[in-house]
Design a protein around this ligand. Structure first.
Ligand SMILES: Cc1cc2nc3c(=O)[nH]c(=O)nc-3n(C[C@H](O)[C@H](O)[C@H](O)COP(=O)(O)O)c2cc1C
Length: 205
């Protein structure tokens, strides 16, 4: 039986550490990756994220020095700073406007989503959680999009978030959640690591 290609890429993806430092990505390729990443779902369709694609040698060197000198930050064609935004409930009508205009959703639903989001994110902890959730889903989708385009990826949390926010001019509502290096794999990457058995991680309730 033929393996489904989406399942095959989930099963073969690895967190790469070695990248071909001579490989570059075009603007169009970076846009493609980001467009695919933004197909990830977000609460209330907030799309509360921003992707900073760091690819000049100078910017990669600055980012690398804020990421414990990890070589993949500068070896990979691009290292994305995946930012989650603190949710802004007032943006919801705009994010859904074409959907309402196409008559999929009544305007009253938009109003109740906006009120739901306002109440839910009044607590700063909840707002930050949502920023981290959205950026994490975007990063996961970016990683799988890269794999689908025959590119390797390496997620990283080992970086100075305050330094990255300062150096890359992030706004006060932007949380740098994860770095994701994307490029062509060089030889020497490990295979996918062992996963815990389902008996430990799955409960069917
Ligand atoms: C949120 C997150 C942060 C990570 N941070 C780093 C990092 O800073 N440096 C690094 O070399 N690997 C990092 N990793 C890679 C993990 O070690 C790797 O995903 C894990 O060992 C599983 O490897 P596999 O995906 O190849 O099976 C990170 C992974 C995730 C998901």
């Amino acid at each position: 039986m033929m393996t489904n290609p989406a399942i095959a890429l989930i099963e073969r993806r690895v967190s790469a550490n070695r990248f071909d430092a001579d490989h570059a990505l075009t603007d169009a390729e970076i846009e493609d990756l980001t467009r695919l990443a933004t197909r990830a779902p977000t609460a209330y369709n907030l799309q509360n994220w921003r992707f900073v694609a760091v690819r000049t040698p100078e910017a990669k060197a600055r980012l690398r020095s804020l990421a414990h000198g990890q070589a993949k930050v500068s070896d990979a064609a691009v290292t994305f700073i995946v930012c989650g935004l603190l949710p802004d409930h007032t943006a919801i009508p705009e994010r859904l406007r074409p959907f309402v205009q196409a008559r999929y959703m009544p305007a009253s639903t938009v109003a109740s989503w906006q009120e739901g989001a306002r109440a839910q994110y009044a607590d700063p902890g909840m707002a930050r959680d949502e920023a981290v959730r959205s950026a994490s889903l975007g990063a996961a989708t970016l990683i799988h999009a890269a794999e689908a385009l025959s590119l390797a990826s390496g997620p990283m949390v080992g970086f100075d978030a305050t330094g990255v926010a300062r150096e890359f001019g992030l706004g006060p509502d932007e949380v740098p959640v994860m770095l994701v290096a994307v490029g062509r794999a060089a030889p020497g990457n490990w295979p996918q690591k062992p996963r815990r058995p389902l008996t430990e991680v799955l409960e069917i309730a």
